[in-house]
Design a protein around this ligand. Structure first.
Ligand code: HEM
Length: 495
């Protein structure tokens, strides 16, 4: 009898990993977690039921809890869920502590799922490995390098106008189009590889990214997926198929580049070289294995396209739902370019001040990356709050960027919030779409240049329309944030 019971317990632990989490979490309950502000939830499971539902639910719950904590004068709230303890900084003052920490740079548990795709590269590595990678990347995003990318940004933005022209007067799924544009741009600039998905919408890579990131989100919130046999029965096939497609493209990119290196067409030691040549040069020096090159390419493609895709999606949404702002941005662009069909330059970008404010206000209201996670390696003092080792911190731009103490009437769209005199009144940690501090986004300037080039082309040639209002959308949080209604806009050519 005791033997059977023991067997049952072992089997439960083996087949139902979430039980480990629940029991482990219960045993672990840290006494001072109870003292932190935030929902207390139910015994064992914490607030997991408050997160149940579609991918819009967690954010709504977090916003409610942030409002409650703010009303009580707090700068954080902490929740537990199935043994995890998660703290959310809700203003720039508390967020600063985690962003500036050089010790606490370990990513949270939910990123583990991405490891199969991006490996232990820049996005997930820690310690010396991460510092070395960051150094390599930083050189590659130096301002002088950005110059070289402009021509490519213009090329792909021009192709986008051709696709829009083919569909003029019709409804276009802008979200899908800008995602493909982002993919073509990052592959061309960083990998020297012409992908051409804007004119090839059925490319399996796009679907693969979608399936993989969707599963990644679901895996974190649907415990049945943690049960090995259910996973294999229901999900593994699609997941594996998506991963295989993602890796197949990487192999194709690597082989194409290596062929050019072998034929002497490409010099890996050229002063201005794309990211991929830098990776191969490190391989040649014996510092990286080919597997590391493979994963790093995946990381760069992922970090460099889904993010700009999501941001541009929201920007087109904000333009179409607010015709008066669209007109103002158009007029600024028309004043810069006149009737010309010329490429965008750095000087043009500097002159696009109003458009830049518009872009930033869109990123404030609809942050493209909903959450950035850290897992604390030590007890961590966040201002007056002591957070336990092993717990997590979720950097959630939405919560600080909708803080009414810093942004009065936070859902009101007002690009003037980004006038220099207004920016000066805030902490840099009150606006964090690219994260901030030690582990901030390295591609920030790259992304801003790419997106401005896209807008300079799109608004010069077309206007965008919908009958919806700005706040009709809800944010579905996956690895990036997605509009629940999609962004299907009527595209009208300008004379
Ligand atoms: C609007 C577009 C973008 C947004 C909103 C964005 C946002 C972010 C955020 C929030 C992080 C922090 C992630 C974390 O700590 O877990 C990050 C990291 C990073 N981003 Fe971006 N990103 C964008 C575009 C890009 C582009 C175009 C590239 C490359 C070409 C890029 C390269 C990176 C890299 C390499 C990191 C890792 C930094 C590190 O861990 O040290 N990003 N990005």
């Amino acid at each position: 009898m005791i033997g059977w019971f023991a067997l049952l317990v072992v089997a439960a632990f083996y087949y139902v990993p979430w039980l480990k989490r629940v029991i482990g979490g219960f045993l672990y309950q840290n006494p001072y977690v109870q003292k932190l502000p935030g929902p207390k939830g139910l015994p064992f499971i914490g607030s997991i039921m408050d997160l149940a539902g579609d991918t819009t639910v967690p954010l709504k719950f977090w916003i409610r809890e942030a409002d409650k904590a703010r009303a009580e004068g707090h700068g954080i709230f902490t929740m537990t869920a199935l043994g995890r303890t998660i703290t959310f900084p809700i203003n720039g003052d508390t967020l600063r502590y985690i962003c500036e920490s050089s010790e606490e740079v370990v990513k949270g548990k939910d990123y583990e799922y991405l490891r199969a795709w991006v490996g232990d590269g820049i996005l997930l590595s820690i310690g010396q490995k991460w510092r070395d990678r960051r150094k390599s990347y930083t050189q590659l995003f130096h301002f002088s390098m950005l110059d070289g990318y402009l021509e490519t940004f213009n090329k792909h933005a021009r192709i986008m106008t051709e696709v829009l022209a083919e569909n003029s007067g019709r409804i276009v799924d802008m979200s899908d189009l800008v995602k493909r544009l982002g993919l073509d741009s990052i592959c061309d600039t960083a990998m020297g590889y012409h992908f051409g998905t804007q004119k090839n919408p059925d490319h399996p890579y796009i679907t693969a990214v979608d399936i993989f990131t969707k599963y990644s989100q679901r895996y974190n919130t649907e415990p049945q997926m943690w049960v090995t046999w259910i996973w294999y029965l229901l999900y593994h096939r699609d997941y594996k198929h998506a991963l295989d497609n993602l890796n197949a493209l990487t192999e194709e990119i690597m082989n194409a580049r290596l062929k050019k290196v072998e034929s002497g067409e490409v010099d890996l030691n050229a002063k201005k070289r794309p990211l991929i040549d830098h990776f191969f040069a490190l391989h040649q020096k014996g510092e990286w294995t080919l597997e590391e090159v493979h994963y790093e390419i995946n990381a760069a493609i992922f970090g460099g396209h889904d993010t700009t895709g999501s941001t541009l999606t929201w920007i087109f949404w904000a333009l179409a739902t607010q015709p008066h702002f669209q007109q103002q941005c158009y007029e600024e662009i028309r004043d810069i370019f006149g009737d010309s069909d010329r490429d965008t330059t750095h000087e043009d970008m500097k002159a696009m001040v109003l458009t830049e404010r518009f872009m930033k206000e869109t990123m404030r209201i609809f942050p493209p990356i909903p959450v950035v996670e850290r897992e604390l390696q030590n007890d961590f003092q966040m201002g007056p709050y002591l957070l336990p080792k092993g717990s997590e911190v979720f950097i959630t731009p939405h919560l600080v960027q909708h803080n009414p103490e810093v942004y009065p009437d936070p859902w009101k769209f007002d690009p003037d919030r980004f006038l220099p005199e207004n920016i000066d009144k805030r902490s840099p940690y009150d606006f964090v779409p690219f994260s901030a501090g030690t582990r901030n986004c390295l591609g920030q300037k790259f992304a801003m240049h790419e997106m401005k080039t896209v807008l300079a082309w799109a608004l010069r040639k077309f206007s965008f329309h919908t009958h919806h209002n700005l706040l009709d959308q809800e944010l579905a949080i996956e690895v990036i944030s997605k509009p629940t209604l999609g962004v299907n806009l009527k595209v009208i050519p300008r004379n």
